[in-house]
Design a binder for this molecule. Sequence first.
Ligand SMILES: Cc1ncc(COP(=O)(O)O)c(C=O)c1O
Length: 416
Amino acid sequence: MESNRIPFLDLVTPHRELKDELAAVFAHALDTAGFIGGPMVEDFEKSFAKFCDVQYCVGVGSGTDALRFALMAAGVGPDDAVITVPNTFIATSEAVSQCGALPRFVDVNERTYNMDVNKLGEYLDSECSYNDGNGKLVDKRTGRGVKAIVPVHLYGQMADMDPILELAEKYHLIVIEDACQAHGAEYLSRRDQGWKKAGSMGKAAAFSFYPGKNLGACGEGGAVTTNDAALAQKVRSLRDHGQAQKYYHDMEGYNGRLDSIQAGILHVKLRRLSQWNERRRECALRYQELLGAASEVIKLPFEPSWSRAVYHLYVVQVQYREKLQKQLGEAGIGTGIHYPIPLHQQKAYKNLGYHEGDFPVTEKAAAKILSLPMFPGLSHAQQDRVAQQVLEFVAGESSAGASAAPPLTNAISQRA
Ligand SMILES: Cc1ncc(COP(=O)(O)O)c(C=O)c1O
């Protein structure tokens, strides 16, 4: 029987359903004492590489490790600048800083919430210049050499990769995809004339297997995917103290391995991932239908024709977000905000010298976005209840009158 509460994310049911298979993974690890490395890790890496349409996958300790190792292996280091977006989880920029590089932000597109390719072009054209001495592209404000772009495939939808790759080629920049929220998402590439998987388009990509992700471990985990054999080898070395052979260290590295039990668990779940992603897509479509009538007031997710999103999150924008969130909470419906404070406005990044108003699309979105319940097992009845609550809220706000509720556009300009 369905409980009355609708969780934001149901992590219990899929684990119950897979209990025997998951327990068998644990039993096998106990029988063989194979806790670190070995066939469970290698088999998962092969299968995940195949799933992402790439040649190599290297399992690591987390998505943050994956980003940091991919950037380092691609040659990003101190004195470099790396371009990414302010509308993401802090791990994206932490990984950049942890390489010794400096994050530089460009705003996101207001419909997809992903990197705005026009803003990226403007930044490269007007905020960077070529150094006379060595011909390197330099960020004029900081004097740092611009080395890489990290587009984030946020909420399960890929960034518009063709123009990003074209700009990267024009300016000789490396592209590392942050695919931590986009396992299985696809992009219709006009350049390559076909659908491409998240994690297969940049020089390398980073995935997170944090439990709540579309493919989540029962603990921490991550992976780097790439078609570059040398980069894959470097990441293998970085995750394991810089050693290619036990106790022979070519460089200093990290303890950043994917453990065998997590790899075995991920392998079991990987077999269901496409089916789970399909269910998420069906749920998203149903939300669009149920909430479509209120789309003047609630901004629903937008999926361009070149995208097949996997809806890690289903994010709407609404005026009086806190009030709606409270009302949903009182009705037993879980929600989230991803993310309430843009990175350039975080205390941690005071040193970057950004100000309120620098990234207006991100700032406006951060004040109004709300993530509704989204998981493969979300039932029709549950979605109906969520939609009914949201529609009732909207109707209530509209009838409360224009004086109490300033039009959406006014409220936006007040904040900017
Ligand atoms: C966009 C993004 N990048 C990076 C990460 C970092 O992954 P992890 O938590 O596995 O280190 C996450 C995880 O939440 C994420 O959502």
